[in-house]
Design a protein around this ligand. Structure first.
Ligand code: ATP
Ligand code: MG
Length: 188
């Protein structure tokens, strides 16, 4: 699942709409301290369903919404859309419209309003957070994926216990989603 583009509006330091295209090959984001490089990565993690404000370097989830600056007022909503190449590796549940399987791109959107209301969309159609997690599980993208490797994670992988390292292997082998489904079934 290659990420083709990211569209951000109202998320952290990005008050105005900001889009980045990732063409084939390697893309590097460079800029002075505090210009928003890490915020782009936070936006990716958030749109993939990260629910931990701490992991997104904030205190509460609302901290991802543009908080205002000297010249601009705070915004009421943050929105991030990740557009992936539909290469056949996504895991389509029956809850998702069947025709999406045939479209060449998959757009995953997350929105948060200051009121606390959240919205999740796949190809602009409303869905549950769980639908996005299921879609991405086992593709290497997503919350438990290894597509985002942060500085502290390199150390973690080296010093992890076998049981922790196993989680990464489970994701790589594509069984994470079955484990999640099993957990949900057992809970019911
Ligand atoms: P470095 O090179 O130091 O790692 P960076 O380019 O990764 O810097 P970021 O951490 O992405 O920088 O961005 C930090 C900036 O984002 C800070 O100026 C901070 O004030 C701003 N910021 C974070 N959250 C918000 C928010 N909710 N509203 C407005 N600005 C925000
Ligand atoms: Mg940074």
């Amino acid at each position: 699942m290659r990420l083709r583009r990211i569209d951000i509006v109202g998320f952290k330091s990005f008050r105005d709409k900001m889009s980045l295209e990732f063409s084939e090959g390697m893309t590097a984001i460079v800029g002075p301290n505090g210009c928003g490089k890490s915020n782009v990565v936070d936006a990716m993690k958030w749109a993939m369903g990260d629910m931990s404000p701490k992991s997104l370097r904030g205190q509460s989830m609302e901290d991802v919404i543009f908080a205002g600056s000297e010249s601009a007022r705070p915004l009421g909503m943050a929105e991030v859309t990740l557009t992936f190449e539909n290469d056949g590796s996504a895991q389509w549940d029956d809850s998702i419209p069947r025709e999406f399987r045939e479209i060449s791109e998959i757009a995953v959107t997350r929105r948060l309003h200051r009121s606390g209301d959240s919205e999740y969309l796949i190809n602009r159609v409303g869905c549950r957070l769980m639908d996005i997690q299921n879609l991405l599980a086992g593709t290497g993208v997503g919350k438990q994926g290894y597509s985002i490797i942060e500085q502290n994670q390199v150390g973690f992988i080296v010093s992890a216990r076998p049981s922790e390292r196993r989680l990464l292997i489970e994701e790589a082998s594509g069984i994470t989603r079955y484990k999640a489904q099993r957990e949900r079934t057992v809970k019911r």
